[in-house]
Design a protein around this ligand. Structure first.
Ligand SMILES: Cc1cc2nc3c(=O)[nH]c(=O)nc-3n(C[C@H](O)[C@H](O)[C@H](O)COP(=O)(O)O)c2cc1C
Length: 171
């Protein structure tokens, strides 16, 4: 019988909200386990893998997790990021596309079934650190914190559930 795992890394809780929504939407035999606690994916036919975006790509430990465990596995990704909390303009649209490409590129050795992404609140502590960093791009993220408050919102959480159902139906 099909067994599904939802696994995720979260630093400030946004990705965990999406992980729980996906888990609740899935029918059948399923587990939800934090990425740090996963030993291997041998028992699973399908794995939803969630993470925050750092520097326009999956956070490092998610990239390492995917390259180590997801080889030849059926996987679907879900990511939270601050960029999409504000309407995209020409520049941020490019950054968004780069980000999604980077997510896809991490999965070359896996069977990637889909990618879901939504906005995620930038925590105040982190925003302050980013603003005082030397990297202009990180400073930019720090400054958009106010627009990110409240994400993922109810609609994002519902959309994640719909994504999970679609992946399960197409599997
Ligand atoms: C060091 C750092 C770098 C980040 N880089 C990006 C980025 O490149 N693009 C983006 O959209 N969000 C970026 N963010 C924002 C996070 O992706 C966002 O807050 C995410 O929802 C956090 O998820 P979590 O609560 O599950 O940890 C960054 C956050 C941190 C702390």
């Amino acid at each position: 019988m099909l067994k599904t795992l939802v696994t995720y890394y979260t630093k400030t809780g946004n990705t965990e909200k999406i992980a729980k929504s996906i888990y609740n939407a899935i029918k059948g035999n399923k587990d939800i386990v934090k990425m740090e606690e996963v030993k291997n994916l041998d028992d699973y036919d399908l794995v939803f893998i969630g993470f925050p975006i750092y520097n326009f790509e999956p956070v490092n430990n998610a990239k390492e997790f995917i390259s180590k465990y997801a080889i030849s596995k059926n996987i679907a990704l879900f990511a939270t990021m601050s960029l999409t909390a504000v309407p995209l303009n020409e520049q941020t649209k490019d950054l968004y596309n780069i980000t999604i490409n980077n997510c896809n590129n991490c999965c070359k050795d896996a069977n990637l079934l889909g990618v879901f992404d939504c906005p995620g609140e930038l925590s105040e502590v982190i925003a302050e650190k980013l603003i005082s960093s030397n990297d202009p791009m990180l400073q930019m993220f720090g400054r958009i914190r106010n627009a990110t408050i409240g994400f993922p919102n109810t609609k994002n959480i519902q959309d994640a559930a719909k994504f999970a159902v679609e992946i399960m139906n197409n599997k």
